[in-house]
Write a protein that binds this ligand. Structure first.
Ligand code: 13P
Length: 259
């Protein structure tokens, strides 16, 4: 199991390239002021900001890695509006969020497309942050654990050879996203254990499991410790440097205590 937490800021469709530049610089100032010791930090800006954010990270040597929010499963060709893995690699992108619930809901990204996309990402040497999570109806019916386990098996089942050391799983219950109230640590723990079982069965037991859904500086410590996750996928709170760094610091402190 990783000795470092992984915290990913998913900016979603927010911040133009000027705003992205400012946020990255602010993060740089805060992280330089007090460096983190036990946290891998990743930001996932919109495609049009990647080049700007990549330049700031490189020129200021910031301890931040770059992720994309989505990528095409195809290599190249007539796919209007899409972006390829190779294009991302040219921009020093290290990871891709695959199968976020918003892409599944609004852009018809089904389990097969998710599986092919994860394969395209890992086979080309990038990391995949694979998103799974049930909606409110599935949870109310009590099927959440089997639903998420099946979603994960479908996403990872094929091509696990290239997935090794290249995959992490983000559990994001749809009903907790953007709500201001996260899942409870007990709910997160139940699911992180189920996810871990699936990962072990696929020989991917080293993968980190993240939680996402209304994470903030106040709930991060409890979720990390009692939820038995190894980091977070953060939406709203990653759009301001102070609130994102609060989550990073809480995670860093938790991992410092573990040692
Ligand atoms: P919020 O942190 O805004 O709830 O978003 C979570 C999320 O969807 C991150 O991918």
């Amino acid at each position: 199991m990783s000795t470092r937490a992984l915290v990913v800021g998913n900016w979603k469709m927010n911040l133009d390239f000027v705003e992205a530049l400012h946020l990255t610089q602010q993060l740089g100032v805060l992280l330089r002021h007090r460096p983190l010791e036990h946290v891998d930090v990743v930001v996932a800006p919109p495609f049009v900001d990647l080049r700007t954010v990549s330049s700031v990270i490189e020129s200021e040597r910031l301890p931040i890695a770059l992720a994309a929010q989505h990528v095409s499963e195809h290599r190249a060709g007539p796919f209007t509006g899409e972006v390829s893995v190779a294009m991302l690699q040219r921009l020093t992108v290290a990871a891709v969020i695959v199968g976020h619930s918003e892409r599944r809901a609004h852009y018809a990204m089904d389990d097969d497309v998710v599986a092919r996309t994860v394969r395209a990402v890992t086979a080309n040497g990038l990391d995949a942050i694979v998103c799974v999570g049930e909606d409110g109806d599935v949870r109310d019916a009590g099927h959440h654990v089997t639903f998420v386990a099946e979603q994960l098996r479908r996403a990872l089942g094929a091509g696990t050879e290239s997935h090794r050391a290249r995959v992490c799983v983000a559990y994001e219950p749809v009903w907790a996203i953007g709500r201001g109230t996260s899942a409870t640590a007990e709910q997160v723990r139940e699911m992180s254990r189920a996810i871990r079982e699936v990962l072990v069965s696929l020989n991917l037991g080293d993968a980190r499991v993240l939680y996402g859904g209304s994470v903030n500086g106040e709930n991060a410590s409890t979720l990390l410790r009692d939820g038995e996750v190894q980091g977070f996928l953060v939406g709203g709170a990653s759009l301001r440097a102070e609130s994102f760094v609060a989550i990073l610091r809480a995670s860093d402190d938790c991992y410092a205590r573990k040692r």
